[in-house]
Design a binder for this molecule. Sequence first.
Ligand code: CA
Length: 232
Amino acid sequence: MAHIAVVEDEAPLRGDLVEYLGACGHRVVGCEDARALDRALATGPVDLIILDVNLPDEDGFSIAARLREQSEIGIIMLTARGINVDRVVGLEVGADVYLVKPVELRELEAQVRTLARRLKVAHTAATPVAPLGPWTYDQTAWTLATPDGAAVKLTGNERIFLSLLVVRPGEGVSRAEIFRALGKREWDPSDRSVDSMVRRLRAKGEQATGRELPVEAMHGLGYAFTAPVTVK
Ligand code: CA
């Protein structure tokens, strides 16, 4: 089912189109000119319009061109003039389909369905994907990967360091604990090697994955992994 506006100034033809497409299950509004179309667009959803070229107030090409500038609405152009130059102009102003009158109603409805499906697919693809999942710490592959799968390779010390953090995401791990895990005898406040390692890891991670690693210094405590993470 599609929301359709039929823009046609010949009342009998407009009536036939509205009736036929409505009987096919679409929601259809008939518009006798551009002004009526603008009113219809302002008051309800319209997926696609069936647009006559010769209209009393504004011709179909001009309507198609201005609609195309501001929306992804589907446009099926109807015209009695079947000459090639019109076809080209119709496509250049952004019509999706161009049909020559007299139009076969079944053919028109088939075009409506195809176009509605295409628009729906395009619309779905344009909507943002679901929120990002967790990071992945892989202890056998020695990698840390972003939720979308970009991985950074870890050195031995970086792996040891991260293995402490990822089991308690969001919680701080003390510098003393990190020092012990790295095989240093005791935490020495003048020893900045852990801080340097984290700095290098963050720079390397950002370069490899295009994201800032969620490894944060926690004042007076140590470091924390500040995002959801899966340990493999
Ligand atoms: Ca007309």
